[in-house]
Design a protein around this ligand. Structure first.
Ligand SMILES: Cc1cc2nc3c(=O)[nH]c(=O)nc-3n(C[C@H](O)[C@H](O)[C@H](O)COP(=O)(O)OP(=O)(O)OC[C@H]3O[C@@H](n4cnc5c(N)ncnc54)[C@H](O)[C@@H]3O)c2cc1C
Length: 455
């Protein structure tokens, strides 16, 4: 398309429009994931739902695929050509304390919702990082620190406001369009651009939570104790464990610098004294380099995982596990433990509880007891080796995998069709393909974790 054709777009939207080569085109298409390939033909900085609608209409008229960028935490965002809608300017949050709901716009980060809900002693089903986008996280399922207690974020959505491939704005609920409502809660951005969402809030003002960091010589003992411990826990306890090779840099707390540690993340949504009692077997493994587990207001939930905030390049992969037993731990430590030649961050999250209960949406693999992830910080020079290591880890952990994947932690987007398919139960994937054929037959929304229209 000739650049002058985009002048018509500028007239149709209130927000700014950016073309390649113009000032701010680069900044507008960047986000947390610094190692990214977003090269859209045009970027629309939407300020409201009307802008989103005008941008989708403009793209649909010209058969331009539509991509969306909120915070850039996702790895589904490789965009070559097409029209990119950025949502960062859509930042409104409304809390209804009486109904225990939150409404948030497309560009809102979890931290904003957490803060606003905390004023009323309520909490959203947010994830480990407050700077992740609330909308996309929820569209992909959304696995957070209250997961075993209340389920996935997608299980507690009341309404989704969206511009669909026909350029229409809709407020989708279980009553207005049951099939689309089923699909939107778990299928990412496949069915349109979400402009806002209404979700339930939970009556959680505080947690007994934090991190237990142990030094490398205790890694095996901690992993074995944690996996035994997770076999008999109340649903109020959600936890995960991560192996983290920390660099020796002044920005880190002194006890962690240059150490390969095991970090147990605890979130107990119940009586703090009971949380403390339940945590005893983990503390009994040995001395902690840092022990930040305490009663905390929910607004400090981001301190549990302490995820990185600065933009970075990273690659990731994940697998649902049917078990995480001693043999799995031995295999993992041989590959990426403190004595292994190569390093990366691995994490195992404990599922089950409310996450395993059936809900009428398309979030997959509810029967898996664990999800396993592998993450590497990369740049151009290290990305190939990191990908090779991740493939090897996934291959060697395959005996414990169910074959399923978690959509939110999935890399590759439209370039990883088998990974996307594996995020769903097979019958759900077929149903999603059929709905995509009916609602987005030209696959306008394909620059994402794409589910192609059924043939
Ligand atoms: C540090 C970190 C911590 C994380 N922790 C968790 C966690 O605890 N639990 C969990 O479940 N996930 C977690 N994730 C994964 C995260 O939820 C997903 O990557 C999510 O897609 C990020 O959304 P975003 O808006 O922040 O990122 P973006 O990169 O801006 O969006 C990702 C994709 O979502 C789609 N999208 C975004 N906005 C819209 C919209 N309005 N309408 C339609 N489609 C849209 C687009 O396809 C886009 O490419 C984490 C990721 C990181 C990097």
């Amino acid at each position: 398309m000739a650049p002058n054709e985009f002048a018509a777009l500028t007239d149709r939207v209130q927000g700014p429009v950016f073309l390649p080569g113009e000032a701010d085109y680069g900044a507008e298409r960047s986000g947390f994931l610094a190692f990214d390939q977003r090269r859209p033909q045009v970027v629309v900085g939407a300020v409201d739902a009307a802008d989103v609608r005008a941008a989708v209409e403009f793209a649909a008229e010209r058969d331009l695929p539509v991509a969306v960028l909120s915070t850039g935490h996702g790895i589904a965002s490789e965009v070559e050509g097409g029209l990119l809608i950025t949502t960062g300017r859509m930042s409104e949050v409304r809390i209804d304390a009486e109904r225990r709901t939150a409404w948030f716009a497309a560009g809102v980060r979890w931290g904003q919702v957490v803060e606003a809900a905390a004023e009323s002693g309520l909490a959203p089903l947010s994830g480990s990082a407050p700077h992740v986008g609330a909308v996309s996280y929820t569209l992909g399922g959304g696995l957070g620190h209250l997961g075993r207690r209340y389920g996935y974020a997608a299980d507690h959505v009341r309404a989704i406001e969206i511009v669909t491939a026909d350029g229409r704005f809709r407020r989708v609920t279980a009553e207005s369009d049951a099939e689309l409502f089923w699909a939107l809660r778990g299928a990412g951005g496949n069915f349109g651009v979400v402009t806002g969402m209404e979700v339930d809030l939970m009556p959680v003002a505080s947690l007994y939570g934090g991190g237990l960091y142990f030094d490398s010589h205790l890694i095996g003992d901690v992993l074995r104790t944690w996996q035994q411990w997770t076999r008999d826990l109340p649903e109020e306890m959600t936890s995960s464990v991560a192996l983290v090779p920390f660099p020796d840099v002044p920005a880190l707390p002194e006890p962690l610098r240059g150490r390969h540690v095991v970090h147990v993340r605890i979130a107990y949504a119940g009586d703090p004294a009971e949380g403390e009692r339940l945590t005893e077997p983990l503390r009994a493994v040995g001395p902690r380099l840092i022990d930040s587990v305490r009663e905390m207001p929910y607004r400090e939930v981001g301190s549990i995982n302490n995820d990185p905030v600065q933009p970075m390049g990273y690659v990731t992969d994940n697998a649902m596990l049917r078990d995480f037993d001693d043999a799995a731990i031995k295999t993992l430590l041989g590959l990426v433990g403190p004595d292994a030649p190569q390093r990366c961050v691995v994490e195992v999250r404990h599922l089950g509880g409310a996450l395993s209960r059936p809900v009428d949406n398309c979030v997959g693999h509810r029967d898996a007891p664990y999800v396993f992830g592998v993450n590497s910080k990369v740049d151009e020079a290290t990305v190939d080796a990191a990908r090779e290591l991740q493939s090897r880890v996934m291959r060697e952990m395959a005996p414990w995998s169910t074959g399923g994947r978690n959509l939110n932690f999935l890399a590759g987007g439209s370039a990883n069709p088998e990974g996307v398919r594996a995020a769903y139960d097979p019958a759900d994937y077929e149903r999603l393909g059929a709905l995509k054929k009916a609602r987005d037959p030209k696959n306008l929304f394909r620059l994402n974790h794409n589910i192609p229209p059924a043939r």
